[in-house]
Design a protein around this ligand. Structure first.
Ligand code: SF4
Length: 327
């Protein structure tokens, strides 16, 4: 049967079509190809529209273990799609853009992790999920911002290595009696949420509850009322009777909260005067509706993980999935 949707040879041009046209075409392709679309909270608002599930790294990993679909299109970044592939080796896992990497994950590679571990013989590695499959293969347990403390407490050692985000060390070292040795990585998007910026947003909205992600630097998290994962923020806002919130994380979550709670007000942390939206992750925003449509039509870009790496990484991921969330 002929497709009711416009087929374009130059598929970059899909992004010039209307949101509605791309959304309808993608929904049709999803059904035809028995495809699940997983979407991170930081994605563009229009990409959320075609998602079967929207969540953080932990929630998306859990969803990836449950699906019966043949294909997964991952609207997130590369390490997330790799995690879905590790959990679903028999399925086709697609990432719609080659540009969707992660600057934090790129701070450590396989050679660096091997050399680092060799300096601390016998110490277990608690590895944040923002890391490549090749690095995960060297981890004792994976964690997300939703269960870092549980992962640290779960390993059988009083000293642990924690990589790649040093800001998780600042958030979680005060909460454990164990000694954490951190890797010197950080997320540039959360680093751009500075103390000065958040203080200026607090000055403009003094009654707002301040929520910050643990990837933010310590001088920002100490100004927060709560330090939470993105799903932790969603749950907190849903349960709260407060009306104003300052959200110290990527802009996509702020927009998602505003759509979900139109009677509450949410303020992102960036320089509103210069409209410098430094809290926008360019890697997450590399995924567009046009690229999702092309991904479904042409089966691009397929994620591959060698079986040797997959089996080692799977072991560390499964330990993480059995932990549940901190909050
Ligand atoms: S927000 Fe930071 S940690 Fe998340 S994908 Fe972007 S660069 Fe990576």
């Amino acid at each position: 049967m002929e497709s009711p949707f416009k087929i374009i040879n130059n598929k970059d041009a899909y992004d010039s079509l209307s949101v509605q046209e791309n959304v309808l075409a993608i929904r049709s392709l999803k059904a035809e190809k028995n495809c699940l679309v997983l979407c991170h909270t930081y994605q563009r608002p229009e990409v959320h529209e075609i998602a079967d599930f929207v969540g953080d790294s932990y929630g998306l990993s859990m969803q990836a273990t449950k699906t019966r679909h043949d294909r997964i299109v991952f609207c997130g970044v590369h390490f997330m799609a790799e995690t879905a592939k590790i959990l679903n080796p028999e399925k086709t896992v697609l990432l719609p853009s080659r540009e969707a990497g992660c600057a934090l994950a790129d701070t450590i590679d396989e050679q660096k992790v091997v050399e680092w571990k060799a300096r601390y013989p016998g110490l277990p590695l608690v590895l944040y999920i923002n890391s490549s499959a090749a690095v995960k293969a060297h981890a004792d347990i994976i964690c997300t911002s939703a269960n870092t403390l549980k992962a640290i407490e779960a390993v059988d050692s009083d000293k642990v290595l924690l990589a790649p985000d040093k800001n998780l060390y600042y958030s979680f070292q005060p909460k454990t009696s164990k000694t954490i040795i951190p890797w010197e990585g950080y997320c540039p998007v959360h680093k751009a949420i500075t103390k000065e910026l958040i203080e200026s947003v607090i000055a403009q909205h003094p009654c707002a509850v301040v929520l910050a992600h643990p990837e933010c630097s310590p001088d920002v998290t100490e100004l927060a009322d709560e330090v939470l994962s993105t799903t932790g923020m969603v749950d907190f806002v849903r349960a709260s009777s407060e009306k104003e919130f300052i959200i110290g994380t990527e802009l996509g979550l702020v927009q998602m909260l505003q759509r979900a709670h139109p009677l509450k007000q949410f303020f992102a942390v960036y320089n509103h005067k210069s409209c410098d939206e430094s809290c926008v992750c360019p890697y997450m925003k590399a995924i567009t509706l046009g690229k999702v449509r092309r991904s479904l039509e042409d089966d691009v870009f397929k994620i591959t993980v060698s079986e040797e790496v997959r089996m080692k990484a799977l072991n560390a991921i499964q330990k993480m999935l059995s932990l549940g969330r901190d909050k």
